[in-house]
Write a protein that binds this ligand. Structure first.
Ligand SMILES: [Zn+2]
Length: 242
């Protein structure tokens, strides 16, 4: 068995409620990172996730490349998204137990990287418990070492299903090949519950996206990809912070 956190980027979309229902059925509790300007279109779908026990965290307001922003612009992106999140939690009547942030595109801000880490630290952003995630696992998906020391949240495995677009030459089958390369061939049927045993600590941090454009290319992509990992012995741990 491989234990993992599940993180879902770019929520909300029109798919969000069906993603929530599927994960609830599978007893998988993810962290959702919110592209906060999308709340203007799908506010109730984000509220639906919160009311069904899923944490929503900060993925900026407009999803820019942070290395193209000044420090002040970067902070504004984070703070405006915080305002949106606060109003969402308030409306849902749910307490936000901790604050997390993920940089869009994993772009940590270029020349402002150190200052932004300091900003996140000072403003109470935290990170998932990393005590069982080896730094080498991050490197396998292109991140630098020591992500566990950071105040933003990276990933150890990206399905890369966001690349499934017209004429991209990348298909859902390629995402599944990526899962094979990392976690081996399927070893079981898809289990009813995808939850790791109580007390298990995560060894991986999985990234998938909430994208209507992917659904338009491959109906049911989200379930297909999550089930692909479940059949490879991956089980999901509830988010716990360090
Ligand atoms: Zn994103």
């Amino acid at each position: 068995m491989t234990t993992a956190y599940l993180t879902i980027d770019d929520i909300p979309s029109k798919l969000t409620p069906s993603i929530v229902d599927f994960l609830n059925k599978k007893q998988i509790v993810p962290v959702m990172f919110c592209w906060c300007e999308r709340i203007n279109y799908y506010r109730q779908n984000a509220i639906y996730a919160l009311k069904h026990g899923i944490l929503i965290q900060n993925h900026s307001l407009t999803h820019p490349h942070f290395s193209e922003l000044s420090f002040e612009q970067a902070v504004e992106e984070i703070e405006k998204a915080e305002e949106v999140l606060e109003s969402l939690y308030k409306e849902a009547g749910v307490k936000r137990p901790f604050k997390m942030f993920r940089f869009p595109f994993g772009d940590k801000g270029g020349k402002n990287e150190a200052a932004l880490q300091e900003y996140l630290k000072e403003h109470g952003f935290t990170q998932l418990d990393q005590s069982n995630i080896l730094p080498a696992e991050y490197e396998k998906d292109g991140a630098q070492k020591n992500q566990g020391d950071c105040y933003d949240t990276k990933w150890t495995f990206d399905y890369a299903e966001w690349r499934v677009r017209p004429n991209s030459g990348f298909s859902i089958e390629d995402s599944i090949s990526k899962a094979n390369a990392r976690f081996g061939a399927p070893t079981s049927d898809v289990p009813e519950s995808g939850a790791a045993p109580a007390g298990a600590k995560a060894e991986q941090l999985i990234l998938i996206h909430d994208h209507e454009d992917t659904e338009n290319m491959y109906k049911g992509y989200f379930e297909t990809l999550i089930n692909a990992l479940l059949a490879r012995g991956v089980r999901f741990v509830k988010p716990v912070v360090r």
